[in-house]
Structures are given as structure tokens and as C-alpha cells.
Design a protein around this ligand. Structure first.
Ligand code: NAD
Length: 340
């Protein structure tokens, strides 16, 4: 029972955001999820009102609640706005990006995939320290890029992955690196990862994989993987690859987690091409809400949501267009409510 309410920030977002958020909020209300929503704006609407896609009142709300469910935000191209994701990571030190991947639609080439990618979110090559250098006569003939990985952060992200494995009954963590070539830049991650892994000996198995081999194996044999932990750029690429294994963006939830805040969202964008048509798939955002329930200790409710998704998609075969079906957002929501 939801006798203890937890304040949480809710940003419905742009495009299909309001449609899928309405669906998710209705489902959460039905199961008595213990969230007390603080509605805040973000994206295009916020730009019109506050001049920024992630305005101060929204940031203040997240700082206060430490917990947010966020719909997709449209980022205007070339208008000079700083990326919403970068702003959030910096503001709240969201060092861990968590992307679970699970096959929901059965019978495809990648049936029964169930793995998690943990990506380091604030270091690596995404520090974007880059500039041009001259090459012969061309003053911009050469591009130089650099990044950094700290021992502290490498240890912290690997520990996050192992703790996640323990808390979620996962059996193995794979350290994904490129230390054979980048002996220092990627080597430091592997060194720290090995040290942290020792603390979990006997509880969670550890394995190491070079990132290119990992990418190939994720396509030839994704079932061998359980929890993958890796640095920023590798994690960015591999987590999109794994989303592709299980039906694409409409089925991919994600969480950005730091010591003082956690923000849950669907990985997809605002899908302006289908906005307002009532055909958007709300499942990625619902799965993000399920992760949020587990995060606040309500694994019971999280499991209920996951089971309802499985029932509706697997057993009843109710599917939105992106999954090859014909069901609209409202009908799918109705089916989920009934399954609960
Ligand atoms: P997108 O993810 O919005 O859409 C890509 C394709 O996937 C489209 O054909 C869309 O119809 C489809 N799709 C996406 N989500 C779906 C869903 N839930 N159900 C059914 N189909 C779905 O990517 P885009 O078109 O490149 O980006 C549109 C806007 O979203 C841009 O402004 C971009 O900056 C923004 N964006 C925001 C986030 C975020 O807030 N986390 C992430 C990615 C993109």
C-alpha cells in the first residue's frame, strides 16, 4: 500500500511526451505507486516560457526531490541550447547510465535476451576536449581530441555495476575495455575494475572483454552477457546496439543515477512524426517507471508492471505499430490496466 508517499518530479516532455506520460501516470496510479508528482516543464514548452529547455524551477524541483521521471524533450537543432542530458549530468553528478535490455516481443531472432549495460556517464572522450591543428597548408587539416578517465570514477562505476548485480540477482559482470591498444586511457578502467571485482569474489562472477569483440558477440550470442560495465563512448554505442536487439527505441528505458539524484526516462526522442496521433508506444517510459519503482525499494510494484507488460505483449499479442501491431496508445494502456 502507498502509505508513504515519495515526492518526485514529473516532466511530460514534447511531441509524444504528453501521450505516453498520461498512459504511464494512469498505470502507476492504478497500482498505488507511492509517487507524489511535482509537475515541471522541459523542452520546447520550457523554452517558450523560461528561455531554456531545462529551466531553473525544473532543476530546483529535481534537486529537492532527487527523483524524476522525464518524457522526451525536443532539442532545437543549431539554436545554441546546451544539451539537456549534459546539463542534467553536470548539475546532479549523474555518473551512472543504466540501460536494461530485455526481449518482450517473443519469437524473433533475439528471443530471451536479458542483459544490462552500465555506462560511465561523465568522463571519457565525452569531455569533448577537441580542436583543430594545422596540417601542411590547411590550418584546420588535423583534428585533435582528448579525454580523461580517473581511477576514482572507474572504481565508482564498476562498483555501481557490481552492487546492481547483487541487488538484482545478476550473476556476472563483464568489464568492457580497449586496454590492448589504449593501454593507459582504457587500461586504468580495467585495473580499477579488477580491484573492485575482487571485493565481490564468490558473489558475482567477473569477465573481461575487448569492446570490438563484445560488439560482435552481442549480435552473435547476446545470451552470454548479464551485466556489462564500460566507459562513456563504448557504453553509448553498445547500449544503442542492445536496444536494437529487442525491438528498438520504443522498448528501451534508461536511468541516469548519481549520489543525490536519479532521473528515469525512455531512451527515444519526442517522435514529432507521430505526435498527437495516438499511436505512440508508451512501454519504454513505463519500463523506466518500473526501474524507478525498483530504485525506491518497491521491487514488488516494479515486478507487477513488468509482468503486465509481458502478459499484454507476449500472451495477448497487443502491440503498437512500431512493434508490428495496430494498437494505439489508449488501447494498449487499457490492456495494461486490465492485466494489472
Ligand atoms: P525519435 O526517437 O524521436 O524518433 C525516431 C523514430 O522512432 C521516429 O520514427 C519515431 O516515430 C519513432 N519512435 C520513437 N519513439 C517512439 C515510440 N515511443 N513509439 C513509437 N515510435 C517511436 O528521434 P528523433 O526523431 O531523432 O528526435 C526527435 C526529437 O527528440 C529531437 O528534437 C531530439 O533532439 C529529441 N530527443 C530527445 C531525447 C530525450 O529527451 N531523451 C532523446 C533523443 C532525441
Amino acid at each position: 500500500m502507498a502509505d508513504h508517499m515519495i515526492p518526485a518530479t514529473l516532466i511530460e516532455g514534447d511531441g509524444i511526451g504528453p501521450e505516453i506520460t498520461a498512459s504511464v501516470v494512469e498505470i502507476l496510479a492504478k497500482i498505488g505507486a507511492p509517487f507524489e508528482w511535482d509537475h515541471q516543464s522541459g523542452g520546447l514548452g520550457a523554452i517558450e516560457k523560461f528561455g531554456a529547455p531545462l529551466p531553473q524551477p525544473t532543476l530546483d524541483s529535481i534537486r529537492k526531490t532527487g527523483l524524476a521521471l522525464k518524457g522526451p524533450l525536443t532539442t532545437p537543432v543549431g539554436a545554441g541550447f546546451k544539451s539537456v542530458n549534459v546539463t542534467m549530468r553536470q548539475e546532479f553528478g549523474l555518473y551512472a547510465n543504466l540501460r536494461p535490455t530485455r526481449t518482450v516481443v517473443p519469437g524473433g531472432r533475439f528471443d530471451k535476451v536479458d542483459l544490462v549495460v552500465v555506462r560511465e556517464n561523465i568522463e571519457g572522450l565525452y569531455a569533448a576536449m577537441e580542436h583543430y591543428l594545422p596540417d601542411g597548408d590547411d590550418p584546420k587539416g588535423l583534428a585533435y581530441g582528448a579525454g580523461f578517465n580517473s581511477r576514482r570514477e572507474c572504481a565508482r562505476i564498476v562498483r555501481f555495476a557490481f552492487d546492481y548485480a547483487v541487488a538484482n540477482g545478476r550473476k556476472k559482470v563483464t568489464l568492457v575495455h580497449k586496454a590492448n591498444i589504449l593501454k593507459i586511457f582504457s587500461g586504468i578502467f580495467l585495473e580499477e575494475g579488477r580491484k573492485v571485482a575482487k571485493e565481490y569474489e564468490g558473489k558475482v562472477a567477473v569477465e573481461e572483454r575487448i569492446v570490438d569483440a563484445c560488439a560482435m558477440q552481442l549480435v552473435t550470442d547476446p545470451w552470454q552477457y548479464d551485466v556489462i560495465v564500460t566507459t562513456n563512448l563504448f557504453g553509448d554505442i553498445l547500449s544503442d546496439l542492445t536496444a536494437g536487439l529487442v525491438g528498438g527505441l520504443g522498448m528501451a528505458p534508461g536511468a541516469n543515477i548519481g549520489p543525490n539524484a536519479a532521473i528515469f526516462e525512455a531512451v527515444h526522442g519526442s517522435a514529432p512524426d507521430i505526435a498527437g496521433k495516438g499511436v505512440a508506444n508508451p512501454l519504454a517510459m513505463l519500463m523506466a517507471a518500473s526501474m524507478m519503482l525498483a530504485h525506491v525499494g518497491r521491487q514488488d510494484l516494479s515486478t507487477r508492471v513488468d509482468n503486465a507488460i509481458d502478459r499484454v505483449i507476449r500472451v495477448e499479442g497487443v502491440r503498437t505499430r512500431d512493434l508490428g501491431g495496430e494498437t494505439g496508445t489508449a488501447e494498449l494502456t487499457k490492456a495494461l490496466l486490465a492485466a494489472l
